[in-house]
Write a protein that binds this ligand. Structure first.
Ligand SMILES: [Zn+2]
Length: 261
């Protein structure tokens, strides 16, 4: 059976124990997309894989790939970039996990996407750098870039129904229709959202590169933005864009606001 040797950069999306000494990992590689691998002996003290298979680490891997196998064999793994130091910050940690979950849920094995790889690399770096009030904005920016890289960018600048500019103070957003709708076209087909929130998303969408200073200040109301983006992923990813980490974060936010009242 022919086998191919693959040498590529990769980010560890998932990593778990297998048997007494080995590890199984899902990687998002730059050259061949998602790849599931086994690393034999990875859990031995003197393993040649070192800490390279830690979640969120960026590594350079050498892997033997056979088309007929679901699990490929990892031969070498060198650490390029350790996992981001997110400390005990639950919001940053949950969003970093959600960033991995999105890639795992929305990509299929063997389909590389360099832009998606760059998005993931960027958000993992950015989540350490941004100020606390920009953490969620960075994640929304990441979600929009992921949609763009997958070819599902929502239309946010004009009404997807009548193509007019969006001037009403309350608008609508519909994943099924592909984006925003004016007050007249949107009745009954989507969720209601303030124009301020859509304007904010439009500004995020127009950012071509992220830098610490480039994120606009987030609007007061954030709930509609979360819902709009998450339902868009649910709809276009057939449920595979639904994120456990975000549900966890949402329950955390509810608990915190319950404590304040
Ligand atoms: Zn319209």
């Amino acid at each position: 059976m022919p086998r191919t040797i693959i040498k590529t950069k990769a980010i560890v999306l998932r990593s778990r124990r297998m048997g007494e000494t080995s590890r199984m990992a899902t990687l998002f590689t730059e050259d061949v997309g998602k790849l599931k691998v086994t690393a034999k002996g990875a859990r031995r003290v003197k393993s040649k894989f070192g800490s390279g298979l830690d979640l969120m680490a960026e590594v350079h891997v050498v892997c033997y790939v056979r088309d007929t196998r679901d699990l490929q064999t990892l031969s070498e793994c060198h650490l390029l970039h350790p996992p981001p130091s997110l400390g005990s910050d639950l919001e940053r940690f949950s969003l970093a996990n959600a960033a991995l979950e999105l890639i795992e849920g929305l990509t299929i094995e063997g389909e590389p996407n360099e832009r998606l790889y760059a998005c993931l690399r960027g958000v993992l770096d950015g989540l350490i750098e941004v100020e606390v009030d920009q953490v969620e904005s960075l994640f929304w920016y990441y979600q929009l870039r992921v949609l763009d890289a997958l070819g599902y960018s929502p239309e946010l600048q004009q009404c997807v129904g009548c193509r007019r500019d969006l001037t009403d103070s309350w608008l609508w957003f519909s994943p099924a229709q592909g984006g925003s709708l004016c007050a007249a076209c949107g009745q009954g087909v989507g969720m209601r959202i303030p124009r301020e929130s859509l304007t904010f998303l439009t500004r995020l969408q127009s950012l071509r590169t992220y830098s610490k200073a480039s994120l606009p200040p987030a609007p007061q109301r954030r709930g509609e933005i979360r819902t709009a983006l998450n339902t868009f992923f649910d709809y276009h990813g057939s449920g595979r864009g639904s994120l456990r980490s975000l549900h966890f974060l949402e329950s955390l936010r509810r608990d915190q606001s319950a404590l304040k009242t």
